[in-house]
Design a protein around this ligand. Structure first.
Ligand code: SAH
Ligand code: SF4
Ligand code: F3S
Length: 464
């Protein structure tokens, strides 16, 4: 477990006072956060909004209204970085127009070469903060508002910031970070360099946050961490889960992401026993070739991975299994790729998130031999998607005619339908009413395809 840092109350107070003056002059005090990347980043953005609110800013719906513009970035793949850089480029116009302060935060702000680039080529960026430095936002803003220079903050010593009340977007589905960082150094991955070493929050702090959320009407609580099952607070992850499952309330608990090497028998036993834990497990495989798994430094082989899947299914029949796959890791042969497809055929995941390998500067895989051409990678991706789509469609069919609990989120893209998710996390488009939103409903599944199910709320039944 890690010690936590205290919030910079002095700087926060300075900014708040300055903002009060601005408010009296009728100047706008909006804050807008644009978020890229994983759910951890979404949760961080809720904390940034919380911090900004404590400093007197008020969340607004568009960047045009903002006096403080934050871009929370992701560095996991090159494509994402390029997109973010062009968006940051577009923000200078807000600075010219209404003098907005611009902050670039998150994983890109932890990369040495990006910081150099932001310093030199993006002079209108006022502040950068790496993920471990988010709580230092008030410090950087106070400096800037009082006429000081730009700040490029990186926290060398990884810390935990407790006590930032997040501004939650959705009180029904709430995220709770339980640990930060990663110690695994998979050879392709930038995350250990951007988010630093693993730090776990105290179990007591997590429990009281979850109790408060449950009392506030949360219907689903998502526990977050790069490797949730490496959680090491006062207890381990299995014990934390069983304690959380005893909190009163009509909610279920979800968690992500888990590393296959750390799925203990005790964790599987808790998932089998506790009804409050969602029947869902996201277990990134990355590759089905043992040779490639070794080159990736994943520290499991396919035999062990498949044994874990069997145990999970035995403990919790019908559990929804999802995975991440990297297509075209350096040196991946046709045979290695076939081995991945074979694991997909064996496990029959409900859904797979597949990514084209992206070379990340500073990671061991970036200099490995056997970088594959765009064509080879794209061809393999297409074959993988084809296979998984047919598997997902077959699984979908097995849900037709069944009755499931669904948490209704709101109107779907089709204006006549609502959308929601099953306890296993599967997407359902359904006929419902506004009163159903934010509640668990019993839903009859009329039909399903590879991507979603379609159903109807059963009127007479209350699922509580
Ligand atoms: N800690 C989690 C999530 C890591 S990032 C885990 O271990 O699963 C989410 C996913 O992005 C990874 O699971 C991986 O499939 C993918 N990813 C990470 N680095 C990548 C890279 N360099 N190229 C392509 N995909 C990558
Ligand atoms: Fe990246 Fe591996 Fe850590 Fe996941 S476990 S964040 S893939 S290094
Ligand atoms: Fe991206 Fe950082 Fe999350 S690299 S995936 S935002 S941990």
């Amino acid at each position: 477990m890690s010690d936590s840092v205290s919030l910079p109350l002095g700087a926060m107070e300075d900014v708040r006072r300055e903002n009060e003056k601005r408010a009296r002059r009728g100047e706008p005090l909006g804050v807008f956060v644009l978020t890229f990347g994983c759910q951890q980043n979404e949760a961080d953005s809720e904390k940034l909004l919380g911090l900004a609110s404590m400093m007197g800013y008020r969340p607004v719906e568009t960047p045009e209204e903002a006096a403080l513009l934050l871009v929370n970035t992701c560095a996991v793949r090159e494509h994402a970085e390029k997109k973010v850089l062009s968006i940051i480029g577009g923000l200078q116009h807000h600075k010219k127009k209404n003098g907005a302060l611009i902050g670039v935060v998150g994983c890109m702000a932890a990369e040495e070469h990006r910081l150099e680039e932001l310093k030199k080529s993006y002079p209108y960026v006022d502040v950068t903060l790496d993920p471990a430095s988010l709580a230092r936002l008030p410090e950087a803003i106070a400096k800037r508002l009082s006429g000081g220079g730009r700040s490029f903050l990186r926290t060398e010593e990884a810390t935990l910031a407790e006590g930032i009340p997040p501004c939650r977007r959705d009180s029904r589905r709430a995220s709770v970070s339980i640990m930060y960082g990663c110690n695994n150094f998979c050879s392709y991955c930038i995350v250990p360099y951007t988010r630093g070493r693993e730090r776990s929050r105290s179990a007591e702090a997590i429990l009281s946050e979850v109790r408060a959320l449950a009392e506030g009407g949360a219907r689903e609580i998502l526990l977050l961490g790069q490797n949730v099952n490496s959680y090491a607070g006062e207890c381990d992850f299995a014990t934390l889960l069983s304690r959380l499952a005893r909190v009163d309330g009509d909610f279920i608990i979800r968690f992500m992401t888990s590393h296959p090497k750390d799925v203990s028998d005790r964790l599987i036993e808790v998932i089998g026993r506790e009804e409050k834990i969602a029947p869902a497990f996201h277990l990134p495989l990355q590759s089905g070739s043992d040779r490639i798994l070794r080159a990736m430094n994943r520290r499991y082989d396919t035999a062990r991975y498949l044994a874990t899947v069997d145990k999970l299914r035995a403990a919790r029949p019908g559990i929804v299994l999802t995975s991440d796959i990297i297509v075209g890791f350096p040196g991946e042969t046709e045979e290695d790729f076939e081995a991945t497809l074979n694991v997909l055929r064996t496990v029959r995941y409900d859904m797979v998130y597949s990514f084209l390998y992206s070379r990340r500067r500073g990671t061991p895989a970036a200099t490995m031999e056997g970088y594959l051409s765009e064509e080879v990678r794209a061809d393999r991706m297409r074959r993988l998607l084809d296979l998984q789509t047919s598997i997902s469609a077959e699984i979908g069919k097995t849900y037709e005619g069944r009755t499931l609990r669904v948490l209704v989120d709101g109107p779907s893209k089709n204006p006549e339908l609502y959308s929601g998710r099953t306890e296993g996390g599967k997407l359902v488009h359904l006929k419902a009413t506004p009163a159903d939103v934010g509640e668990w409903k019993t839903v009859h599944i009329d039909r399903a395809d590879a991507y979603a199910m379609y159903g109807t709320v059963k009127e007479s039944e209350d699922t509580k």
